[in-house]
Design a protein around this ligand. Structure first.
Ligand SMILES: NC(=O)c1ccc[n+]([C@@H]2O[C@H](COP(=O)([O-])OP(=O)(O)OC[C@H]3O[C@@H](n4cnc5c(N)ncnc54)[C@H](OP(=O)(O)O)[C@@H]3O)[C@@H](O)[C@H]2O)c1
Length: 328
């Protein structure tokens, strides 16, 4: 259904209220006016890679993509969990095409190597869904020395996207970020969260803000290859990540949480829709959303340039096109 004025106002009010929009009420009401589902068979024969798909939203997204005919590639850090995920997907969809790959996206060297192997195995890639996420209780660094949420949500996805760039030509990149990003500014001065007391939720939300900025940068940089890039947030969904990392929040919102399929819905829709949706957008429940609720705290062009230079320097991935006239 076309979003008429009244529905638009209700949708906006739900988004601003947070609880109404982010909870299971969000999709329950919005599906009355949100854009049509992707066509049946929209992804038949197309390969889609979903990171962090051994459970939670990643597995739900993989299920939704498989239902549309995609050959889904699930990644995660643990072979046993991935095998269980594949079995559960196949028990619901026995004819689905599902492949699993052990790949830790927080390990930059291993991610570059995974991308090379994957590109040798798969003829072309319709989309990558960057879903892998963590919320560590204390500051943790990877073997390569990066703060864990930064490596998992930002640096690893950058290595993977650019490692798959040729394979992705004409395709899509979808980033699963979080409404938590609204609470944080771009930490261009301290992306590794090396200064001050460390709080896992702050690290998580800071790197989710970085994902929003990165989405726009990738959209500009990858446009010359016909690759479109969008980010989305799932609202509040009932997943192992929420119950394990945020037990108090999960207990408080238990009756309100949407199921994983509803959380993953917009990621699936962005991957498969034939609608003209441009590039560089931030979405929730199939509607473009603002990246800031208020004009305060919006990152300056100089901060964005500094962040982009940091990501490129840390990953060693050169952009092919220069997207800043001044040359960051
Ligand atoms: N659930 C929500 O309400 C909610 C809200 C906002 C945003 N999100 C976002 O949605 C995404 C999925 O969250 P979720 O709630 O489904 O979390 P989850 O249940 O904890 O699932 C996270 C997935 O990421 C994988 N993963 C973690 N680190 C990884 C790494 N280094 N390399 C590869 N895979 C890795 C995990 O698999 P292994 O442990 O097997 O590796 C698991 O499959 C995250 O990006 C999260 O920030 C979720």
């Amino acid at each position: 259904m076309v979003l008429n004025e009244a529905a638009g106002a209700l949708d906006w009010m739900m988004d601003k209220s947070v609880v109404l929009g982010y909870s299971k009420l969000g999709p329950a009401l919005r599906r009355a006016w949100w854009p049509a589902d992707p066509a049946v068979g929209a992804l038949v024969g197309r390969h889609v890679l979903v990171t962090g798909a051994s459970g939670g939203l990643g597995l739900a997204a993989a299920g939704g993509l498989a239902r549309l005919g995609a050959v889904v590639h699930l990644t995660g850090r643990d072979a046993g969990r991935l095998e269980r995920a594949r079995s559960s997907l196949l028990s619901e969809q026995p004819h689905a095409h599902v492949r699993v790959h052990v790949a830790d996206v927080s390990d930059l060297a291993a991610t570059a190597s995974f991308a090379r192997d994957f590109a040798a195995e798969v003829p072309s890639l319709h989309a990558v869904v960057h879903n892998a996420g963590v919320l560590p209780p204390k500051r943790t660094t990877t073997a390569e020395g990066h703060e864990l949420t930064l490596a998992t949500h930002v640096l690893g996805p950058h290595v993977l996207t650019y490692g798959l760039r040729d394979l992705l030509a004409g395709g899509r990149v979808v980033v699963v970020t979080s409404g938590g990003a609204y609470g944080q500014r771009l930490a261009a001065d301290d992306p590794e969260y090396a200064v001050g007391d460390y709080f896992g939720v702050t690290a998580y939300a800071r790197t989710k803000r970085m994902q929003l900025v990165l989405t726009r940068l990738w959209a500009r940089d990858l446009a010359s290859d016909g690759i479109t890039v969008h980010s989305m947030h799932p609202g509040w969904a009932d997943t192992p990540g929420v119950t394990e990392s945020l037990p108090r929040f999960a207990a408080l919102t238990r009756r309100l949480l949407r199921d994983a399929e509803a959380g993953a819905d917009t990621a699936v829709w962005l991957t498969a829709t034939a609608d003209a949706i441009g590039t560089g957008g931030f979405w929730h429940d199939r509607r473009r959303r603002p990246t800031h609720y208020a004009p305060v705290g919006i990152e300056t062009p100089e901060q964005v340039e500094r962040f982009w230079a940091f990501v490129r320097a840390q990953t060693g991935v050169p952009a092919r096109d220069e997207i800043f006239p001044s040359g960051a």
